[in-house]
Structure formats: structure tokens, C-alpha cells
Design a protein around this ligand. Sequence first.
Ligand code: GLU
Length: 392
Amino acid sequence: MERMRSSVSGCHDPAERLRQAWQQVRQARRVVVKIGSNLLTAGGKGLRQEWIAQRATEIVHLLQEGRQVVVVTSGAVAAGAPLLRLKHPPASLREKQAAAAAGQTILMRCYELAFAAHDTAVAQVLITRADVENRRRYLNARDTLWTLTSLGLVPVVNENDTVMVEEIKFGDNDTLSANVADLLGADLLILLSDVAGFFDADPRLNPQARPLPLVEQVTPALEKLAGGAGTTVGRGGMATKLKAAKMAARRGCHTVLTDGFRDNPITEVFKSGPVGTLFLADGTPLSAHKAWIANARLSRGEVLLDAGATRALQAGKSLLAKGVVAVRGRFDRGDAVVCLDPEGCPIAQGSVNYNADELQRIMGQHSTAFEAILGFVGDAEVVHRDNMVLLG
Ligand code: GLU
């Protein structure tokens, strides 16, 4: 699919760069709107039907302008919790799963009513991490989203919390929304949150903290600034928002993080931005296949490289067994692994051609020795560059 050109010109004037970037935002055709639990429930006290209705009105305007919109919603656990009649908020995995199951129907009813007022149908899409990790299911989910949006429906996506276990969850809907942006081939991800943007310092500790209008690249320094999770009813925090923006950027998708408590926060993005923080898409986005490797796949192991292999990967070459010095984790051929430089920093993620036991035996060796060691002629590369993404 054709990607929106995302780079802003080489212009050095920050105001001009911001203006150009927002021009691109306003042109977005495929949009994912992520709505956090705090907005939907206003602190965990039932769903705000009227607020959801107002967002539906805004989204229907976007559809009328010829855009396609997918909503990623939280709020199932928060909406279902009161139905369990517990004396405490759902705490165990089972309680949360039960709350999600009970709340998801309430949540969908709210969206259904809100959009029905505009003669627009919604479609419930529940996704698990396993669905995006598995290439076939990923493609099926993508096709369904494309079909629904091209037919004028609004898919309303949530994680299928009821069947998930902790280790393999998306865990937060920020990450889920970036995966959905990836699936849809979105140009724009809007994270509606209860914060005004990404701040240059923690606003809870520093009253001077200001939201950054434009983040051209998510750097390790920004990631450090983001810290951990921070809200009461949602599971995301600044760290997950930054992670989502980074995932979306790789795929050529801009992200706007904005305060959903403002009036018409979605319309504002298209009509009167700059607003909140705009995270710019990468100038040269990854292909769909490489983005899937970087964004959708969970790493099953780690492969430690020597300095030579590290340089080779950074120069765009494949990983050879000769440059592998250690193997960690249990993985199969085809699984995703992370490649670490000699200092232990992750530099790449890719699909591996050997399982962990085989790799233990051939590491440090030239590929001509593989047959004698393994008893079969395998691939010359441990991770081929076509199946690898540099994480830098
Ligand atoms: N999927 C969860 C829910 O619907 C929300 C996760 C989050 O808040 O990020 O309750």
C-alpha cells in the first residue's frame, strides 16, 4: 500500500517544521483513534455515554470527509467491574478477565448506540497478541479491518482480555493501537488520553514541565523521561505511549497524543492543530513485512554477537553463525530473537533460521561446517537481513 510521505523538509526553522508536519497530519486518510479508560469512565465510575456520543459525532465527520477510522477502545474491565459486585477493584487475572467479559458488551452497546444515531454501524474486533504474531492471522485481521472500513463501518477494537494470560498480553491498549495502526496501514494514530501531551519533565513533580509540540524521533533519552505506567483505571502510561508512537513511526504513521477531556479533541487535530504532542513518522518507513517483525512479534530468545557481527548487522548484512558468541532462551526455527551487541544492548530483531539447540552447536562456526555438526545442510545465515530489523 502506498505510504504517506512523512518526512518534513530539511528546513531548520522549528516553527516551519511543525507547520509542515501538521499539514501532513491533516491529510491523513486512515486514522486510528485510541480512547483510554480514564476518558471513558471519568475515574472508574461507569461509562460516559454522552461523551462517547460526542466522539462518535466527530468520527462520523471524518468518515464524511472520506477518511477511514478505526477506534481502539479500553474500558471493558472498568465497565464490567461493578457487575462482579466485588468489595475491591478486580485484582487477580481471573477477576479482570471476568470483568472484561461482562464489560465488553456494555462498552459495545455504548458505541453501537452512539454511531447508530448517525446511521453508521460499528463492528466489534477483539484481538490477541497471538493473532498479530501469527502471520496468517495477522493477514486475516488486516483484511477484515480493510473490508469493514472500506464498507463504511467503524471497527471498534479491544484486546480479547478474557482469553489472555499475562505473559503474552499486549497488556495495554497503547501498544494494541500501534499494532492496529500497523494492520490498517494507518497514516495517523490519535492517542486520546488524560494528559496534554508528552512533557519535557514529569508534570506531577515539576510545575515548569511543558508538553513537547513535536517529537521527530523517539530517542533513548525520551524513553528514560517517560518512566513507567501512571493512571488509575487504564494500564498505559507515558512509556507505553512513547512505545506506541515509536512502533507507528516505523510504519510511516504519525502519532498525536492529546488531551481527550478538551472539547472536540478529534476535530481539533484536523482543524486547529498543533495540539498536544505530534510524534513524526519515520522518513523511510519499514515495509509491512519488516514492521511485522519489529512490532508484532514477541522475541523468544537472545543472541549475543561479537563486535564484527555487530558492525555487519549495522551495515545492513545478515547474521552469520561465526559472529554469535552466546545464545539465550528456548526458541524454534522461525521464531523472533533479539540480537545483542557485545555490551548487551539490543540492536536488531529478526526471524531465526535455527532453533536454540542447533544455534548453540554452530555458533562461532563457518557455514561449511554446519552439515558435519548438525547432520543437515541448513541456511548459510542465522538471521537473513530480509527478515531482520535494526532497532537503533
Ligand atoms: N483492554 C483493557 C480494557 O478494555 C484496557 C487496557 C488499557 O487500559 O490499556 O479494560
